[in-house]
Design a protein around this ligand. Structure first.
Ligand SMILES: C[S@@+](CC[C@H](N)C(=O)[O-])C[C@H]1O[C@@H](n2cnc3c(N)ncnc32)[C@H](O)[C@@H]1O
Length: 201
């Protein structure tokens, strides 16, 4: 993962380079403007394939009833809704995102899906998660890590809040895909070693 170092002046935002300290504003602007159309756009742009990959991600997560799950950069809540059904009333899901407009869409969808009581919505920055150490059994981040400026900080933060033996699942577009062929995806899984505390792929 590339961390923008102290001397780097630019970082990637989509297919362009932008000043490191401006990326978060660009990302916010994009998701503020698309929030209400995001789900429709996702279906159109991936020909619906994002649904299959999200289903696959949830299956691979193998969360159980009673688990605590963080869906980071969770946007409009596709994964959070699925996990809420799996963990049940004894478990808990945090739908977390930096963008209030995306989370508002997520809140509406949770209501529409009849989910209440086991999901918390949190506006957070992935680079600096405001949760206790070793809180979550599972952490997912789907199509979100690419938007984070300091990816190493986000990974460290996820590792800190993951329970020993917990799992992080990162769903992303495959490297090398251009805007026409973005229907290939990559799922990276990492399990925190219960004894040593570090992650193994
Ligand atoms: C492409 S959307 C993915 C939403 C959802 N996970 C999905 O797959 O449908 C990317 C999301 O990442 C969020 N995001 C970007 N930077 C973030 C950060 N630093 N911390 C938390 N969320 C962030 C955006 O606000 C946006 O909702």
């Amino acid at each position: 993962m590339s961390k923008p170092d102290a001397t780097a002046e630019t970082t990637q935002f989509g297919y362009q380079d932008v000043p490191v300290d401006e990326k978060a504003d660009h990302v916010r602007g994009v998701f503020d403007s698309v929030a209400t159309r995001y789900d429709l756009m996702n279906d159109l742009m991936s020909a619906g394939l994002h649904r299959l990959w999200k289903r696959h991600t949830v299956d691979q997560a193998a969360a159980k009833a009673g688990d605590t799950v963080l869906d980071l950069a969770g946007g409009t809540g596709d994964l959070a809704i699925k996990f809420a059904r799996i963990v049940g009333s004894k478990g808990h899901v945090v739908l977390a995102d930096i963008n209030a407009a995306m989370l508002e869409q997520g809140r509406r969808r949770l209501v529409d899906a009849g989910i209440a009581g086991n999901v918390t919505i949190a506006q957070v920055d992935a680079e600096n998660l405001p949760f206790e150490d070793a809180t979550f059994d599972r952490i997912t981040i789907a199509f979100g890590l690419r938007n984070v400026t300091d990816k190493d900080a986000a990974l460290r933060s996820m590792h800190r809040v993951l329970k020993p033996g917990g799992k992080v699942l990162i769903l992303e577009f495959s490297p090398g895909c251009d805007s026409q062929t973005r229907v290939r995806f990559l799922l990276v899984q990492c399990v925190a070693d219960p004894r040593q505390g570090h992650c193994q792929r």
